[in-house]
Design a protein around this ligand. Sequence first.
Ligand SMILES: NC(=O)c1ccc[n+]([C@@H]2O[C@H](COP(=O)([O-])OP(=O)(O)OC[C@H]3O[C@@H](n4cnc5c(N)ncnc54)[C@H](OP(=O)(O)O)[C@@H]3O)[C@@H](O)[C@H]2O)c1
Length: 309
Amino acid sequence: MGERVLVTGGGGFLGRFTVEALRAAGHAVDAPRSRDYDLTRQTAVQAMMGDLRPHTVVHLAAACGGIQANVASPGRFLYENALMGLMVLEEARRVGVSRLVLISTTCAYPQDAPLPLNERDFWNGPPTGATGPYGMAKRLLHEACATYERQYGFQSVVLVPANLYGPGDHFDPAQSHVVPALIRRYVEAADTRAPSVVNWGSGRATREFLHVRDAAAGIVAAVDPARSPGVAPINLGTGRETSIAELTAAVARAAGFTGETLWDTTKPEGQPRRFLDVTRARDALGFEARVDLDAGLSETVSWFRENRP
Ligand SMILES: NC(=O)c1ccc[n+]([C@@H]2O[C@H](COP(=O)([O-])OP(=O)(O)OC[C@H]3O[C@@H](n4cnc5c(N)ncnc54)[C@H](OP(=O)(O)O)[C@@H]3O)[C@@H](O)[C@H]2O)c1
């Protein structure tokens, strides 16, 4: 029999896929919006838990975005993410929720953690750079989940997804991450038959990209009461390292852009390399990413062409 699951942030990019996947797995899902319950207000968090009485909470709601958004609002991102997470955890415990699934971020890793990023290295240095405050708030929530297990026996699962992409992503430049930003740029260049596109950096930096449908499947596995993955964080990804140049070439192909790609090496490109050790997700959740990057990018390009304003 399915669980009664409350998904915070269920109207967002990852949230919509998560709600759909949980329902398909037989769970009864509530996914209230911020206009129903503003989770930065304790009375609203209390009212939400009291009204909906969930067995399981998937906490996705967050103040988040791409680099630009993190540069513009580091204080708000730190404050709102820490506050919302702590209050959701506390009120979930008070009403007797049986499990909380917290969605964290690879931005919580220390800047110099060895590669592939392994969950045991979270506390070996501070998260830094533009996304440091956002990462630090999530890291506080890892600690809160572990502390609540120790003091109250409250069960949490902490998932750490790679960079997500897929249909329904945020394509507005003020909010977008690297994949939607590139898709928009290359689709527009293809449509206008631009001879070239200029990207920041050298293209040699690497990242890991997980399709949003795969991330939602990982969340469904973490909700499953038949599994007891424990409170230690679990990376959710493909384990595959992709350079920005490879990603860009794949986006250009998917968009039908035949011009030249140029690199502006005077511009920053963030951390040189990032990808995840995904052993724990396989062992604890039976999780394996399924969506191939080229297929996922083509699907996302099609979605963008059909849905752009
Ligand atoms: N996207 C990625 O690449 C990525 C990677 C790793 C981890 N994550 C994590 O995954 C989660 C979801 O990310 P996303 O990309 O799906 O973000 P998103 O589309 O911006 O969704 C975030 C959701 O949070 C809700 N929210 C924000 N402030 C709220 C408040 N005060 N009260 C209630 N709800 C509030 C919003 O609800 P309304 O729409 O109702 O206002 C929004 O739908 C986040 O925890 C993020 O840190 C994302």
